[in-house]
Design a protein around this ligand. Structure first.
Ligand code: ADP
Ligand code: ZN
Length: 814
């Protein structure tokens, strides 16, 4: 019988393909290794899923031999490979696409070896795999040259817009988004619209300095209790396998916490929810847990929201574990990323910390996964394979026989539900860790009752203005949180009322004034500066779409009625910064949001804040996450209502989390903190419970609410996202899917409820009309049944111009 290998290739098909293992490679081709194989006359890079001696299920003459072996040591360890297969099945995602999430770059050495074997002579597609080993990296940036209007089309226009909006980018990153990036860039460079540059990749900022080792503080009682329970769970783990674990058997994939339990056997908890108020010292508990895990000879994985992956946090881990730590983040060069990957893969380093994608790190002998700020939305990937890194952390830990700890001050409703069902054990840290620190006093400012303060802007109320004055007088720091980037969130015609919207998306365009050298008009020395008149339309201001890459000039007249009467409406962080700077001329004001924050810029701003060189920091969500800024005593939430009105069943939960998290930035040391929440809706539960620091109360209410309306965690959802350039094509495909879902066995038996088809809340995005069909069920099984019944139709029963994405456990509902 021939030796056959099942190989997953990077094409959007869910099944693996069978190849014959040539005699010369027998014994060397192992699961998890990359191979070159012929696929429709192209050579592709694939991953071996299984090898066995058996008779082929298909015509043996059609089975081709593997062309070459790429990895002598399988790139994906058995534990990781099994997990990835389960993840693919859970999300109905093509296995080839899922594997790509975890595969490292190809080393130049490997490419050279293949070339020597003559394998790279003909057609070769390395499956978009990156290659590392070279030194120089190419960067592209927009120049100051302006094109003739209308002379750029397609990807060239899109690439240029991207560079203008986001600044310099590595060419490799542009290529990830645009198939024709190379030729587009060439075209743009020829016309001097874009400058190309080759240089050394930056060294990873997290490793510039050696970190001094710290002395672990003595734990308080609650921390000690939590650490002890995690330690007991680690002690109860099966002894380390010392390398490759036998892969778990493939069964119907289940989310973590849904395991059938052998009757009469109470398992020890191996998954925890660490529920600790902001500043309660959760990180110290993580550090102890990792230590205990390493002492038992196993590796650990720490996941944090991208935004929380600051040098400050990494420094705390490095101070404890030194170079035993691999830091994985989106700013890494390919070479650095590969170096980190390789040191984990060979077991030289046993702790990895990173954002969402660190879920796929080849941590050796995985014994512990920590998910910090587990409620954070950034753990859900919203493009490509739409996985949720928190849910999958539970799954991976479970399958690897590892302990999992989810930590948060504002746990997600999903995690709280798992606690109630006994799937997660709860650990509580009820108080702030610094003995003198207490939770800040929160007051609500009802915007319906309070006038504008001296700045004249109704969103900077008199109480907020006074509180800022007091903070400045005491030489303390303030944070102002506003969830809108840009200068003015909308541009409206003062004559006919028409809102300026994006041509490609059904959303309003935001006016961005752009960077200016001096945000403050000079004021005569000594004289108290009057509220500065703002030059609202300086050169270089642009309208931007926050959903696609569109950026264009502010027109001088209304597109609908032609009146020269366009008004900049609403308040964004850019305008807030300028207004505050004008009203408090003696204060040092800075802004932190995606527009100012390049990779290193946000770190620099936070560092200046920590050093006391900024008095008032204005910003978006970026100011709410995890920062430990001891001198911040005032937090102002400029407009708490903005997040609460969205058509999304999680809007209240998300608004609540934001409020509690941003409030948690105040008063973290001896000086008491104060929080002002401005709202027109002070009775809204998200606001009222946040003001009372009553997280359990909010969770209780929200869980009941979800029960009543039948949304997760009371039910399970899958969202079919349909889009097409042609509206009727999209609508037709959505209708067909909904009809099929209603008549499939699970739908017909009403075990799965089908909602829709309907237009998405954002009905048009990037030039495509969007529709959706929502599937809802009490249990996971029927939902999977219905999705399985739809896959055939999605593959080849619909108009080819309609795109369908299955989003299991959707998070973004817009
Ligand atoms: P969280 O992650 O829960 O928001 P942190 O871990 O950032 O909280 O801790 C808040 C502050 O308390 C940090 O400055 C930390 O160094 C300090 N801290 C944590 N545990 C202790 C302890 N047992 N004794 C003294 N200080 C502590
Ligand atoms: Zn747009």
């Amino acid at each position: 019988m021939p030796l056959l290998a099942d190989v997953a290739v990077p094409v959007p098909l869910s099944q693996a393909f069978t190849y014959e293992v040539p005699a010369a490679l027998a014994g060397e081709v192992r699961p998890g290794a990359r191979v070159l194989c012929e696929f429709h006359r192209r050579k592709l890079l694939g991953v071996v899923l299984a090898v066995s001696e058996r008779s082929a299920a298909i015509d043996p003459s059609k089975i081709k031999p593997l062309a070459a072996l790429v990895d002598a040591r399988p790139a994906l360890p058995a534990e990781l490979l099994a997990f990835l297969q389960e993840l693919a099945a859970y999300y109905f995602a093509p296995i080839g696409e899922v594997l790509r999430l975890a595969l490292p770059a190809i080393e130049r050495e490997q490419v050279r070896a293949l070339k020597a074997q003559g394998e790279l002579g003909g057609v070769l597609d390395l499956g978009r795999a990156k290659q590392v080993g070279g030194r120089k990296v190419a960067y592209a940036s927009a120049t100051d040259v302006v094109e003739e209007p209308g002379t750029l089309r397609g990807q060239a226009a899109a690439v240029l817009a991207l560079l203008r909006a986001n600044g310099e980018q590595p060419v490799a990153r542009i290529e990830e988004r645009f198939g024709n990036a190379r030729s587009a860039l060439k075209k743009l460079a020829e016309r001097n619209l874009v400058a190309l540059d080759e240089r050394e990749p930056p060294r990873d900022p997290f490793f510039r300095r050696a970190e001094e080792r710290d002395v672990p503080p003595e734990l308080n009682a609650a921390q000690a209790e939590a650490a002890a329970r995690i330690d007991a769970a680690l002690a109860a783990l099966a002894p380390s396998g010392g390398g490759e674990h036998p892969a778990s058997t493939q069964k119907e994939p289940r989310p973590a916490g849904q395991e059938p339990r052998p009757a009469g056997q109470e398992p020890r908890p191996s998954a925890f929810l660490l529920f600790g108020v902001t500043g309660s010292g959760k990180t110290e508990v993580y550090l102890r847990a990792i230590k205990s895990c390493l002492d038992r000879g196993r590796g650990a994985l720490v996941m944090v929201p991208e935004i929380a992956l600051t040098p400050q946090l990494v420094a705390r881990f490095r101070a404890r574990f030194g170079d035993e730590l691999a830091v994985l983040h989106s700013g890494l060069s390919d070479a650095d990323r590969h170096a980190m990957w390789a040191s984990l893969h060979v077991g030289k380093v046993r702790v990895a910390i990173g954002a969402r994608s660190a879920l796929f790190a080849p941590v050796p002998d995985l014994g512990l996964i920590l998910v910090d700020e587990e409620h954070d939305g950034s753990f859900k990937q919203e493009e490509g394979v739409r996985y949720h890194a928190r849910d999958m952390a539970l799954l991976r830990a479970h399958r690897a026989g590892a302990v999992c700890v989810l930590g948060s001050a504002t746990p997600s409703i999903e995690s709280v539900a798992l606690v109630r069902r006994g799937k997660l054990a709860e650990l509580r840290l009820p108080d702030r860790a610094h003995r003198e620190a207490s939770l800040p006093e929160v007051s609500l400012v009802d915007l319906r009752r309070f006038r504008a303060g001296p700045s004249g802007d109704p969103l900077i109320s008199l109480p907020l203005h006074r509180a800022l004055e007091k903070t400045l007088a005491a030489k303390e720091q303030a944070i102002l949180f506003l969830n809108r980037r840009g200068f003015a969130p909308s541009v409206v015609c003062g004559s006919c009322g028409t809102l300026t919207t994006c041509d490609a998306c059904s959303v309003a365009l935001t006016y961005h004034r752009g960077r200016r050298r001096d945000p403050r008009p000079p004021s005569p020395a000594g004289a108290p500066a009057p509220p500065a008149p703002l030059d609202e339309r300086p050169e270089g201001g642009r309208l931007r779409c926050h959903y696609c890459d569109y950026a264009g000039p502010l027109p001088d007249r209304c597109g609908a009625c032609g009146a020269r009467n366009l008004l900049l409406e609403g308040l964004g962080t850019e305008r807030l910064e300028a207004t505050i700077a004008g009203s408090f001329p003696e204060a040092r004001v800075a802004r932190l949001d995606r527009d100012v924050a390049g990779k290193d810029r946000s770190q620099a701003i936070l560092a200046r804040m920590r050093e006391g060189k900024i008095d008032i920091l204005v910003g978006t969500q970026m100011v709410t996450k995890g920062h430990d800024l001891p001198n911040v005593t005032l937090v102002g939430v400029v407009n708490a209502d903005a997040a609460l009105g969205l058509p999304d069943f999680r809007a209240a939960e998300r608004g609540f989390q934001l409020l509690v998290q941003v409030a948690g930035r105040a008063g973290r040391r001896d000086r008491p903190g104060r929080v002002l929440i401005q709202t027109r809706n002070p009775e809204h539960p998200a606001i009222a419970f946040a003001a009372a620091h009553d997280v359990p109360g909010f969770l209780e209410r929200e869980i009941r609410e979800r029960e009543e309306v039948g949304y997760p965690p009371a039910t399970r959802l899958a969202l079919l996202r349909i889009d097409a350039v042609d509206e009727s094509v999209g609508r037709g495909a959505a209708a067909k899917l909904a009809a099929h879902a209603r008549t499939c066995p699970e739908g017909a038996a009403r075990r799965v409820e089908v909602l829709g088809p309907s237009a998405a809340p954002i009905a048009r995005l990037r030039g495509r009309y969007r529709f959706r069909v929502l599937l809802r069920a009490r249990d996971r099984g029927p939902l999977r049944g219905a999705l399985a019944a739809l896959t055939g139709l999605i593959r080849d029963g619909l108009d080819r111009n309609a795109r369908v994405i299955i989003d299991v456990d959707p998070v973004a509902m817009l």
